[in-house]
Design a protein around this ligand. Structure first.
Ligand code: DNO
Length: 395
């Protein structure tokens, strides 16, 4: 069994170039056509154009992250039927162009969320973090969401008040931007009013309803994916709990198991993201990996520290609450199991996820977390760990 050492590239407008990614040690690219509006078809022509760029640089493109699911599909409003039909066409087009795996998420409105995108790390590099009281300060005093008090423990509310009172206008603007920033995935930045409007559209959608919408989507799209040999891989929520009254349904082992049962198909799978799931103190990543192993089609590896008060910070690869060795061992066991079952080589696409901002990249512009050096370091650690553990198999 082997891993495809991959790297997320946002396309030709990104500062980090394919030639640098190749030197960083990746062979596979994970990319998306961010220029296509959500809900529209990815044409074969546009896919092939991106593919050619990647292959001309000596790399391969097998994984898409993400083929985005529109808000209409998540809410079942407006053009959702049209968007689902378009999604199916995009899946077919991607398959025809040689893509094997499609990562997507089902998080309403926001993709991943942080309260600080430039935490000064103990070694002088920068990382990102989430403090519940800071998030509460945004929710209670900037967004002023109805009923927000009920979502936070009283200590967090008290600390949020102190924190907010000490902020000047610049501090308020910065917090607002950090939370509403179009983080990669959604790529959308909202004004406060637009954001409120989007939240309001979920007023009548609770977890059960959102799950029903995901199930409907999967029952439409997965058969198409199965027929053309593509694997769908849902990305977990980051962080894995409800935010701002929005339901999140891909957060725990129970959620993941439930999703794999929404439609029984080899094409209905999961992206194992150790960071997103790992910030939940209730999630044990080794156990999760073991339990859902047959459904894992794509892997994001990064480490985090978290506490039971829903605070967390991104860590270096081996120093954190996620047992990377334990997780990778489970993946390798699964890889060998698949080989046994199918008689075919198993290749797991894996990528470093967010890296620290470090060395002379501090102050340079890139999507938060998507640094060159920090990810290069993580990729080297991933390679060493996986190759060592593969050679030590069986355990
Ligand atoms: C953050 C990423 C997410 C992820 C999407 C997948 O860095 O892990 O933005 O790409 O949620 O759809």
């Amino acid at each position: 069994m082997e891993f495809i050492y991959s790297w997320r590239w946002f396309g030709p407008n990104e500062r980090i170039k394919l030639s640098e990614i190749r030197q960083a040690g990746a062979t596979g690219i994970v990319s998306a056509l961010h220029q296509v509006p959500v809900g529209e078809v990815w044409t074969e022509e546009a896919i092939n154009e991106r593919k050619k760029m990647i292959e001309d640089a000596g790399l391969t493109w097998e994984v898409v992250e993400s083929l985005p699911v529109s808000e209409d599909i998540k809410r079942q409003t407006g053009d959702f039927l049209k968007h689902i039909e378009n999604y199916k066409i995009s899946v077919k087009n991607l398959a025809d162009c040689g893509i094997t795996t499609i990562c997507y998420n089902f998080m309403p409105v926001l993709d991943w969320s942080r309260t600080n995108l430039k935490v000064l790390f103990r070694d002088g590099s920068q990382t990102s973090g989430f403090q519940l009281y800071i998030f509460a300060a945004f929710d209670l005093f900037i967004l002023k969401r109805d009923g927000a008090e009920a979502d936070y423990p009283s200590e967090a509310i008290e600390k949020a008040g102190e924190y907010f009172r000490a902020l000047d206008n610049e501090g308020i603007r910065h917090l607002k931007e950090t939370i509403l920033y179009g983080l990669p995935g959604s790529m959308q930045t909202y004004s406060l009013d637009e954001f409120k409007g989007h939240l309001a559209l979920y007023n009548t959608i609770d977890r059960e309803k959102l799950k029903a919408h995901l199930s409907y989507f999967l029952n439409q799209v997965v058969p198409v994916a199965e027929e053309c040999g593509v694997k769908m891989a849902i990305h977990p929520d980051d962080p894995p709990w409800n935010l701002l009254g929005l339901p999140r349904i891909v957060s725990t082992i129970d959620d993941l198991v439930e999703i794999t049962k929404m439609i029984d198909s080899p094409a209905n799978g999961v992206t194992l993201c150790t960071g997103s799931l790992g910030v939940g103190h209730f999630n044990n990543l080794t156990e999760i990996t073991q339990k859902i192993a047959p459904y894992i089609h794509f892997v994001h590896l990064r480490n985090v520290i978290r506490d039971s008060g829903l605070n967390f910070q991104e860590e270096t690869f081996f120093e954190g609450d996620v047992d990377m060795v334990g997780v990778v061992k489970e993946l390798i066991k699964e890889g060998f199991r698949r080989q046994q079952e199918t008689g075919m080589p198993c290749r797991f696409p894996v990528r470093p996820d967010h890296g620290h901002q470090m060395l002379d990249e501090i102050g340079k512009d890139n999507y938060p977390g998507y640094s060159l050096y920090g990810r290069m370091k993580n990729l080297a650690e991933i390679k060493g760990l996986t190759l060592g553990l593969i050679s030590a198999y069986p355990y």
